[in-house]
Design a protein around this ligand. Structure first.
Ligand code: G6Q
Length: 400
């Protein structure tokens, strides 16, 4: 908070003594998805409420076109870059940090006046003079659960101010408190978790769609995809024994109403039943919007939520089989007054707690991710030209 306030007050400035206007987070996976989703969720809310302190951007992919596109869109002389990596060893992030460092030097800017580190105290990035300042996260926090640690705090406090981040944390805390309730009807995360287990293990549905009717939540399904699938995509229990039941579902989603004009066809009439998680808000982030043909845009958005839920559940009989809807598509909905820092924090914590409860029920470890390791090891072998068989053939095809 102090660092962010000093940047905003012009006490911490660039080499020319000018204020920083942009913050860029360099990180991937848990060091990208949550903070990016949260930033996008509040960016226009902050602009509307005149509390946007700095524009934020994110570089995650090792694809050089990602870093290049971000750098081409910003004024690097007035940008602060946060290198976010819990381990301090992630190939993509170290490569992108070096890419940015090189770009800064080429622009005649001293990187050590523009780059921050957010890492764990035991990582190789810790206590490094090449950073203007460093912020630390506890190393027992899994990346996908780290949005409420320094990983989210740095970028969001710089972008919106520390008070806004504190409001987000207060909302998350309130949701955490409800997750301690023993009465299931007062514990939405537990209820949601058990509905999901019922759909997965008893009804046999393999997928869940997350459908926020809020454009600001455009990257929230991507965050939940990682949170849920990386945590509960497991085949052994906590004791390393193979389980004989299914575990985490496949998660995907897009904001409505856009999704309605796309993949909802399969959701309505496809052969696979997909449980649906709607998220809706009574008010938009901009307050009053224009009334067209008797209703505001927000009312039109919400009317679509009601219509979809009923269409999915009840279907429609028609003599023409092509126009017949079987119905019976289950859904749940989370409704908020408005998407703001508190409700966003609550939404984040709700899903973290849901995933945790499901892990408890399935008796799996929701806090490791061995499944992402194998690919990393093989990629390193390819780059070291230590290949044979199919690995050599594919490496040759791509001229690596
Ligand atoms: C998240 C995963 C993974 C991780 C990234 C980045 O839960 O562990 O997505 O966040 O691989 O790791 P670093 O923060 O260590 O660079």
């Amino acid at each position: 908070a102090k660092f962010a306030n000093d940047v905003h007050a012009g006490k911490i400035v660039n080499g020319k003594g000018e204020k920083f206007t942009t913050v860029v987070q360099i990180g991937i996976g848990g060091s990208d998805l949550g903070p990016r989703a949260l930033y996008l969720a509040l960016e226009n809310w902050a602009k509307t409420n005149h509390t946007l302190k700095m524009q934020a951007a994110f570089i995650s992919n090792v694809d050089p076109d990602d870093a290049s596109a971000v750098l081409n869109n910003i004024d690097v002389e007035h940008a602060l870059f946060i290198v976010v990596s819990k381990s301090g060893t992630t190939l993509e992030t170290l490569t992108n940090a070096a890419f940015v460092e090189d770009a800064l030097k080429k622009a005649g800017v001293d990187p050590s006046k523009h780059m921050l580190a957010c890492t764990s105290e035991t990582s190789p990035l810790a206590n490094n003079d090449k950073f203007l300042d460093s912020f630390y996260m506890d190393d027992y926090i899994g990346g996908r659960y780290s949005s409420s640690s320094a990983v989210g705090c740095c970028v969001l406090s710089l972008a919106f101010g520390p008070e806004v981040f504190a409001r987000l944390m207060a909302g998350a805390h309130a949701a955490d408190e409800t997750a301690k309730e023993k009465d299931i009807l007062k514990n939405p995360a537990l209820l949601d978790a058990l509905i999901g287990v019922y759909e997965r293990n008893f009804l046999g549905y393999a997928t869940t769609a997350v459908l926020p009717y809020s454009q600001a939540l455009s990257r929230f399904p991507a965050h939940l995809q990682q949170l849920d699938m990386e945590s509960n995509g497991k085949s052994v229990n906590r004791f390393g024994e193979k389980v004989n039941y299914v575990t985490g579902p496949i998660i995907f989603g897009e904001p409505g109403t856009n999704g309605q004009h796309s993949f909802y066809q399969l959701l309505h009439q496809g052969k696979t039943i997909v449980p649906l998680q709607f998220i809706g808000f009574k008010d938009s982030q901009i307050g009053n919007d224009v009334v067209i043909e008797g209703s505001t845009s927000q009312k039109k958005l919400d009317a679509n939520v009601s219509a979809q839920i009923v269409a999915f559940a009840c279907g429609k009989d028609d003599e023409n089989p092509n126009k017949n809807f079987d119905g019976g598509r289950p859904s749940s909905i989370i409704i908020g007054q408005q998407l703001n820092p508190e409700t966003l924090g609550a939404l984040l914590a709700h899903f973290e707690n849901k995933v945790m409860f499901q892990g408890f029920v399935w008796n799996i470890n929701s806090f490791d991710q061995e499944g992402v390791q194998l690919g990393k090891v093989l990629a390193k072998r390819v780059l070291a030209h230590d290949t044979d068989g199919a690995l050599a053939v594919y490496s040759d095809l791509l001229e690596i």
